[in-house]
Design a protein around this ligand. Sequence first.
Ligand code: CTP
Ligand code: MG
Length: 361
Amino acid sequence: SPYSSQRRHASKHRFFVVELSQALFDFVIRLLPAQEEMAVKEDVRKLLERLIRTIEPDSRLLSFGSTANGFSLRNSDMDLCCLIDSAERLSASDMVTMLGDLLERETKFHVKPLPHARIPIVKLSLDPSPGLPHGIACDIGFENRLALENTRLLMCYAMIDPTRVRTLVLFLKVWSKRRNINSPYQGTLSSYGYVLLVIYFLIHVKNPPVLPNLQQMPPLRPISQEDTHIGGHNTWFFDDIELLRQRWQSSNTDSVADLLIDFFRYYSRDFTYNTGVASIRGGLLKKDSKGWQNELAAGRYNDSRERNRFCIEDPFEIDFNVARCVTKEGLYQIRGEFMRASRILAMRPRASVALAQLCEE
Ligand code: CTP
Ligand code: MG
């Protein structure tokens, strides 16, 4: 009867989802960095901090990006930010030049100073060795306080629902790298961009939501302009996660696999790429309202149109499109991958087969 066929269908689906969720946890766990890798990275950070202090005694070297936000994979690179507390400090590009010279002289790192980049950095790498089979790649920037704060924001989101959020994010990072759509230099999206897409989806698309909007929660006590702004950008968010856990519980009970299936479906079918802006702060916004589009002015603003094919608002620097590097071809490729992933999952193969196919290189 149609009734029993429907039930068979539902139970087959439930089996698929349970098996796939378990397979996703297992898959992701195997890709986490070993304790030892984390320890080596911390030693490198300390060593570099000591060296930098010979140039600027009042400086601190802090981790941001994946090493600090809970979304790190084995052998992921290290993002470091140098903060200088003294009033009279050298400019970022002078620091880059000086630090580049110093590291070249004093360490075994390969050093590449980029003093004239939009964000001046020193790039470092260490060749593989027995203790460090994959070497190390590391970028040191200066005074990038917004990056430290957005790292803390992502970390807080990861802490609210560690299992579902981290599994989804880590899986999508691996998937996007294996499928070759994780490289802003080649017209696709950074890991940071993918993380924002996941968080946007969990706050604003899923109903009931899996995550609250930490930037829109009422503050516990009055907050001053000064405490919450960096360079004119409002960086306030609710960061007392212990308290939040006592007061807020998601009523969404979807499994990781349910969420992944919906994620791929949403970004292959429903997200309005032509007109929409994904904003974790404000939900689905319009390109028009941010001055981030326009097909009409294609001739004159060709450049700006190229930069706004795909729009993801930075959580704090709200006039900054995190996906501005995504080109027409890049977006076509990314959307093609979302569709391919949806298609694979719709066939409900065995979980191990599904993951192998999804991440096929
Ligand atoms: N970042 C940023 N604005 C961007 C890109 C990156 O502020 N447009 C900052 C964010 O703080 C982000 C960090 O740089 O957390 C690192 O970005 P990225 O390398 O894309 O993410 P990771 O999580 O470090 O991923 P991976 O492991 O692939 O390096
Ligand atoms: Mg990184």
